[in-house]
Design a protein around this ligand. Structure first.
Ligand SMILES: C[S@@+](CC[C@H](N)C(=O)[O-])C[C@H]1O[C@@H](n2cnc3c(N)ncnc32)[C@H](O)[C@@H]1O
Length: 244
């Protein structure tokens, strides 16, 4: 299943619910994360939010003073949710592939690029990740920053540890099952929903890359980023890269 179909047929409708907290709390959390990381550049003109989903980072960046935010995602459902939440902020939504979008952006036009919440691992291949990093160095202006948060799946879990309860309430349960291959993991999302007295079940799967954080940092340096720092960000790994 393609990542777009996975979101459109199963995950997008439940994506924000999955976090178990109000939308504005997630935006505030991302705002604090940018500040805590020291990731905000001096100039705050254009920012790209790659794989924006419903816009937790795009809205946080607009609130932090970026004058234009371009939010890119393959899921029309999640971009519609972002449109609903963006209020008066200067956020443009684009239904497009994130690598192709950066490939066509003007060189040195951008102050910050973010690709967060595990958007990196669904890319096609490591070569595609390397291409993304090359486009990011070219598109950023001097002083610009690139922030990645993603799940490092390089260490394999086995047995029943591969079943992850993601979220649940009285009417919905979302569970994830991870199936490891040498370079990739098939992520199976298993959704139970109550309709009256009956429970329905649907499943959908897509593939993620296993990207060790050291490999990501090395590729960013090879792409021309001068300062690359690996930092913890809750359950995800965070890599902050600067172009000086
Ligand atoms: C795990 S969500 C992260 C959303 C948001 N950034 C967050 O932190 O909650 C990953 C998002 O990336 C989008 N996505 C995945 N691959 C993409 C691609 N190649 N181009 C654009 N969007 C993509 C998905 O549609 C999904 O909305």
């Amino acid at each position: 299943m393609t990542i777009r179909n996975h979101y459109e047929t199963l995950l997008a409708a439940h994506y924000t619910w999955m976090f178990g907290r109000p939308f504005d709390d997630k935006v505030a959390e991302q705002r604090r994360l940018f500040e805590h990381l020291g990731a905000l550049p001096k100039d705050r003109g254009l920012a790209f939010d790659l794989g924006s989903g419903p816009g937790f980072q795009a809205i946080a960046l607009a609130e932090l003073g970026f004058t234009q935010v371009i939010a890119v995602d393959l899921s029309p459902t999640l971009l519609t949710e972002l449109e609903h939440h963006k209020q008066g902020h200067a956020i443009e939504t684009r239904e497009a592939d994130l690598v192709a979008t950066l490939a066509h952006a003007a060189p040195e036009s951008t102050d910050m690029i973010v690709c967060m919440g595990d958007t990196l691992t669904p890319l096609e291949s490591r070569a595609e990740v390397t291409r993304l990093f090359a486009h990011a160095t070219s598109v950023l202006a001097a002083g610009g920053t690139f922030v990645l948060t993603y799940r490092d799946l390089s260490a394999e879990v086995t047995g029943t540890d591969r079943f992850i309860p993601v979220a649940s309430d009285a009417n919905r349960h979302l569970t994830c099952f991870l199936e490891y291959a040498p370079d990739t993991v098939m992520v199976h999302d298993l959704l139970h929903e109550r309709e009256g007295e009956q429970w329905s079940f649907r499943a959908s799967a897509y593939r993620k890359l296993r990207l060790p954080v050291d490999w990501v940092a090395t590729e960013l340096r090879a792409a021309g980023f001068t300062r690359v720092e690996v930092k913890p960000a809750g359950r995800l790994s965070c890599v902050l890269a600067r172009k000086t």
